[in-house]
Design a protein. Sequence first.
Length: 486
Amino acid sequence: MMGRRGFVTGAAGVFVARGVSFAPGETEQVLRGTLPPGSPDYVYVPVEVPRGVREIRVSYAYERPAVPPGTQGNALDIGVFDERGTELGGRGFRGWSGGARTEFFLRADDATPGYLPGPVRAGTWHIALGPYTVAPEGLAYTVTVRLTYGPSGRTPAPVYPPERAKGRGRAWYRGDCHLHSVYSDGRRTPAEVAAAARAAGLDFINTSEHNTHAAHRAWEGLWGDDLLILTGEEVTTRNGHVVAVGTDPGTFVDWRYRARDNRFGHYARAIRRAGGLVVPAHPHATCIGCNWKFGFAEADVVEVWNGSYTPDDEVTLADWDSTLATGRRWTPAMGSSDAHREPQKVGEPQTVVLADDLTREAILVGLRAGRSYVAESAAVSLAFSATGGRGAHAGIGERLPVPPGAPVTVRLDVTGAPGCTARFVTDQGVLHTAPLPASGTGTVEWTTTPAYATYVRAEVRHPATVPGLPGALAAFTNPVFLGETA
């Protein structure tokens, strides 16, 4: 075996990895190494691929020694870049599976989910290793690369989801914009995700696999008049995750940077140039690397509710609410299931958006404007509005332009929330609460003025399980702002 030196990015200092070089006709090479504690975020192992290769197959394993309580053990992610290189922007990107798989393959006509089919051209490829966490004694790994020679075959042209479904004209549409399948670390196939979305009463979904766009082509035959499928990615950095919602099919968004690298703004703008929305995901999640560190200046929407309602969602909701007080530029909120596998439910929660039709453009316009609310399931429906003098009216995400002292009546209509309580929240906090009827269907009204409340938003909550703490959300709305100017 002839050795080559690899290189690293994402941390101070230099770490050198030895690569492999295949002689013509050679079929297998095994590479062993150890990554020390404090390793860089990504280590690129060069692989010299000769001409005439039909398929490349990579498998890997690493040691998982026992560690003391409170100490991180080993976790190693993996992906691959082809002969076009590893530069930021992903020109050479061919796939990523993180820690979800122990092996993958690529060839012209097929590839492991999460990887892109295409010819295996001669040149220097790079296995990308991502030491997510490293034990004190280091992370010892073995990578095996196998080549199969023969005719390359043909790469099928991708078939992407259409940008519109039948729809109902201007209406409220239910969607889940943060989902995972076998194309990253989920357990459901795309067909199973689509079936679960229909069962949950959804009108649209967004495919959002970790650090790969390979699933964009995986939905053929799964969309229909009743289900719009948007394409995106969960950009999973070491300083937080951001969901790209509704980007052009085939768009890859790089993730190999931290907040200190000052690169996030560049890729946020790239998401918008591709027609998508920038949505920081689960900003206060407690998993390593999940907590959002990039700030919200580039956010179009923020994911306030992620999966089953938990204390970190409550913290995120309060944090988001604190940004609304000036009534000036604000970032709408949404909720998504982040469902990976059973028993996690697709569509729990779901974002319900007022859109002119069931199209990619209309849905994204409605989300960006904040004309939406979040519900735990399709059983829960809300209508929320504010009215003032001379017939002035505003709905969710809008402004009611009335004088500071003008009486304003806010109204919340709820269905599907038995045993729950409605709350009106303003810049001063919770100013009005009312129990809903036992049936879960009811109307709550409250009168205020713009001088007293900069905005009003509604919450529907289950009974509290801990005395002194609010119950879990069943639904909440984006705000209605009150007053003539911000």
